[in-house]
Ligand binder design. Structure first.
Ligand code: ATP
Ligand code: MG
Length: 438
């Protein structure tokens, strides 16, 4: 994309309404704009990041056998009356009435709808397990929307739902999802720590929140310093083997000692004094086993092995896709701007032409740009070099390919790595190899 013709409106001034770095940077780098309280429009660069996150989330869901569907944002109130949650949900639910006086709502989550869809089609235990997911906008009328997309009212979530014939099956689904989440966050270039979460009346230990440690996080966490080093994905896992899944899960959860004392005081006691850390975390995912809560309430059963009707065991699994754009920035920025991890960056690299109009500079930049015009940003504006460098740092492109008149004569491209600040001089061919992928 040529910067001179693009819609990438960066801001020089720091917007007054933004309290945390990621919100400031998302506005300044031209990723989003607020259109109403807690509601955002995604501009081209922001949307590219959002799509990259979605793609990785999808690939890792598909990899464990989850199937993608797409459920609507608007739901019928009747569906929620069947589970009893229509009245219970409270003021976070946006309730709507159509011209025929029918009650609708903008979905805050989809347990009821997926359970109903499942029940319409699945009749026998032989068709289990099933794991379905979608990536869809949700609405929750948060009392205090804040921190930009981190706590919005309309936000994009990946939500998956598992259906199993029995508890053992449900546990396997849960463990597979734990694996998919750890893989997802690793590919996104962030470290999200699974922390035991409240299971409410269901009990047990099958609920984890995934937290990115950051001082601006809304959740307080106590954690074992050892988990900063732990590589949960070091061992291969056979997702078809209960034993292998158990081995993986036991290893991860023995290290989850990120805990608030309320949830797991004894695990905290076991952490040696010098390894105890206290911090804050941003919740980017939540996985939850809740048994037959919805299948029972909505009376959705299947024929079991012995011919009797059984209620399938369920779990639900959320990832805050739009929140992640903010959370990744919160975990990866400096005083000059965003530092995008390569897999989510809106562009692979920016090509900075220091003298547009100079025939040699233009020719060299064109040769670089041709490699992947859809995935590269070409700063062909006739601004001052300083302004271009500042924008490149602000927008956080992993690589900056700088072409000036001197280099253009001698065939030298200066490459700056945004994350480390390191600079290298390269031949045009080396620079082309660097930005050619796959
Ligand atoms: P929180 O405790 O932050 O309010 P939650 O427990 O209500 O979140 P879940 O119902 O578990 O959230 O939703 C799954 C994921 O969706 C969360 O882990 C979070 O990443 C994301 N999410 C929830 N609420 C919002 C919101 N208002 N804005 C952006 N993302 C959100
Ligand atoms: Mg939660």
């Amino acid at each position: 994309m040529r910067l001179s013709r693009s819609f990438l409106p960066t801001l020089k001034e720091t917007p007054a309404e933004a309290q945390i770095a990621s919100h400031r940077l998302m506005l300044r780098a031209g990723l989003v704009r607020q259109t109403a309280s807690g509601i955002y429009a995604w501009l081209p660069a922001g949307l590219r990041v959002l799509r990259n996150i979605e793609r990785i989330v999808r690939e890792e869901q598909n990899r464990i056998g989850a199937q993608e569907v797409l459920m609507p944002t608007l739901q019928s109130a009747d569906l929620w009356k069947r589970s009893g949650r229509y009245d219970a949900y409270g003021p976070e639910m946006l309730r709507i009435r159509d011209r025929h006086e029918r009650d609708l709502l903008y979905g805050p989550t989809n347990e009821e709808m997926i359970t109903d869809l499942f029940g319409q089609s699945v009749k026998s235990y032989r068709e289990l397990p099933q794991m379905l997911y979608h990536v869809q906008w949700k609405f929750r009328d948060e009392v205090r929307p804040r921190f930009g997309v981190m706590r919005g009212r309309e936000f994009l979530m990946k939500d998956a739902y598992s259906f199993d014939a029995d508890y053992e099956g449900a546990v396997n689904s849960y463990r597979r999802m734990m694996l998919a989440y750890l893989r997802t966050f690793q590919r996104l270039g962030v470290r999200a720590v699974p922390m035991v979460a409240d299971t409410g009346p269901i009990g047990g230990d099958l609920s984890h929140e995934f937290l990115i440690l950051a001082p601006t996080g809304e959740s307080g966490v106590f954690y074992d310093a050892a988990l900063e080093e732990q590589d949960w994905l070091a061992q291969p896992v056979d997702t078809q083997s209960t034993e292998s899944l158990k081995g993986f899960f036991d290893n991860v959860t023995s290290w989850y000692a990120a805990t608030d004392e309320k949830h797991d005081a004894s695990a905290w006691e076991d952490v040696p004094q010098e390894r105890r850390r206290e911090g804050r975390g941003i919740e980017v995912g939540h996985i939850f086993y809740f048994g037959t809560k919805y299948t029972q309430a909505m009376d959705i059963s299947v024929t079991g092995q012995d011919g009797a009707q059984v209620y399938p065991e369920m779990g639900s699994y959320g990832i805050g896709v739009s929140r992640l754009t903010g959370a990744i920035i919160e975990a990866s920025h400096d005083e000059n701007g965003i530092i995008w991890p390569a897999e989510v960056a809106p562009f692979r690299a920016v090509i900075i032409n220091l003298k547009p109009g100079d025939a040699l500079c233009d020719a060299l930049c064109d040769a670089l740009y041709e490699v992947a015009p859809d995935d590269l940003l070409y700063d062909d504006r006739s601004d001052r070099a300083g302004a271009k460098f500042a924008d490149a740092d602000l927008m956080g492109h992993p690589l900056q390919l700088i072409v000036g008149p001197k280099g253009a004569v001698s065939g030298v491209v200066e490459v700056k790595c945004r994350a480390t600040g390191a600079r290298y001089e390269m031949t045009p061919d080396e620079a082309i190899a660097l930005i050619t992928r796959g």
